[in-house]
Design a protein around this ligand. Structure first.
Ligand SMILES: [Mn+2]
Length: 423
């Protein structure tokens, strides 16, 4: 290890000098990239099935395709997998739980009756790993979501059930925040919509406003501890024609209610630039929740990779000095590959994109642009792609005491042999 450490340090010193020429401080970039929290989603461990004691099938716009062996079948297995994953990741992390990951000790506890006690084993684990918890109500994969409508259902008793669920989830998020001394982000996503030719696009949206208002009206929850976000979508499985909670609906809703819009990179038309939306939204919204995901032709939730789309999102945030106003969380699930590898690839890619953005010679580019030197700007943008990013990433990994390259795969292989292959 010593010789490779030495090589990393020598290369880094050269890289540091190269970036300094363009006014970029690599030390600051590494520190900031490591300190920026990324909230891991718990649902890559088990293909979004959940561990509550209900005979649910996965449904409502979520579908993990693939059949790779070793899926976590219970909370203990999921936590063991996540413990191994965290060992291979540099930087600061949180964990995003869905309500369907409640552990009820074999008792049937429906979604409107959950309490923080049903997450006590997750809390103990999270404390041991020094990761704080975020939360998500689960408005899908439940008999009361089978009609395709939850908070916007025409049936008042269905709406009441899901409003109650939303309210108790906010109390659970607040309890997480208190236990971890860190505000907990709660993200509300509903699958509501129609497969084909909606005749009334208005009434479900009116009902959704009323239901969300009812959820948020709970005064027992402190909004500085429980950060509410709502996640829009272009379309979902089974709601191809009409999605009640569209992106436009939620931009207006969040603006009028003072809560946070969630942008999932997979929830737009594939030709839309999610990065371009950030300045428009964040000039009005103090915070956004950014779900890194990867659509392939549709909202397919592929494992996040270090691609142009991801880099563009984080470049927009750093160029607008808005990185600290973005809450960053992962949202992908691929059941066709080793699930631990999926986490490591996707989380590392997200942190690589953060580092890449922090190393961008943005000030120089912006001064060229405002000065009308557009060829200079374009030339430097192209040149910046060839700056020694890898040398700085390797140094970041060295500092965080994780494998810089892909030797982490050996650890995953060992774990697969010793643990996953026995499941
Ligand atoms: Mn999402």
């Amino acid at each position: 290890m010593a010789s490779s450490e030495e090589t990393i340090n020598v290369c880094y010193q050269e890289a540091q000098a190269t970036y300094a020429k363009w006014g970029v401080d690599t030390e600051m970039a590494i520190d900031k990239a490591l300190a920026t929290p990324i909230s891991l989603h718990c649902w890559q461990t088990d293909d979004v099935r959940g561990f509550e004691n209900l005979q649910n099938t996965v449904g409502g716009g979520t579908l993990a395709t693939g059949n790779y062996p070793g899926r976590a079948r219970n909370g203990d297995e999921a936590r063991a997998d996540l413990t191994q994953v965290l060992k291979l990741l540099p930087g600061t992390h949180r964990l995003n739980l869905h309500a369907s990951y409640a552990e009820t000790g074999g008792l049937k506890v429906d979604r409107d009756a959950l309490t923080v006690d049903h997450f006590s084993r997750w809390i103990d684990w999270a404390k041991s790993q020094q990761v704080a918890l975020d939360f998500n109500p689960t408005y899908f994969s439940h008999p009361k979501s089978d009609s395709g409508f939850t908070l916007s259902s025409p049936d008042a008793s269905i709406r009441k059930f899901w409003i109650d669920h939303g309210q108790i989830c906010r109390r659970i998020a607040q309890a997480f925040a208190t236990k971890f001394n860190s505000p907990s982000v709660i993200n509300h996503w509903i699958p509501d919509g129609l497969k084909d030719c909606a005749a009334d696009r208005w009434s479900p949206r009116k009902r959704l406003i009323e239901s969300l208002d009812a959820i948020l009206q709970d005064n027992s929850v402190d909004r500085s501890l429980c950060i509410d976000a709502v996640e829009g979508k272009l379309f979902g499985l089974g709601s191809e024609d009409y999605t009640v909670g569209s992106n436009e609906f939620y931009y207006s809703y969040t603006q009028s209610r003072g809560i946070v819009p969630c942008l999932d990179m997979g929830h737009f038309h594939p030709t839309e630039s999610v990065a371009d939306k950030l300045s428009s939204l964040m000039l009005f919204h103090p915070k956004i929740l950014m779900h890194t995901s990867r659509p392939v032709r549709w909202d397919s939730d592929h494992v996040v990779i270090f691609n142009d789309d991801l880099r563009a999102v984080f470049l927009e945030l750093t160029r607008g000095q808005a990185l600290d106003r973005a809450i960053i969380a992962l949202d992908f699930f691929d059941a066709s590959i080793n699930r631990l590898s999926a986490y490591v690839i996707g989380t590392r890619a997200t942190r690589q994109a953060i580092l890449y953005a922090l190393l961008d010679p943005s000030k120089k580019l912006q001064s060229y642009e405002v000065g009308g030197r557009v060829a200079h700007k374009l030339a430097l943008m192209e040149h910046a792609k060839f700056l020694p990013f890898a040398a700085v990433w390797n140094k970041l990994c060295l500092q965080a005491e994780v494998h810089p390259g892909i030797d982490w795969l050996k650890d995953v292989e060992k774990y697969e042999h010793a643990v996953l292959s026995l499941r």
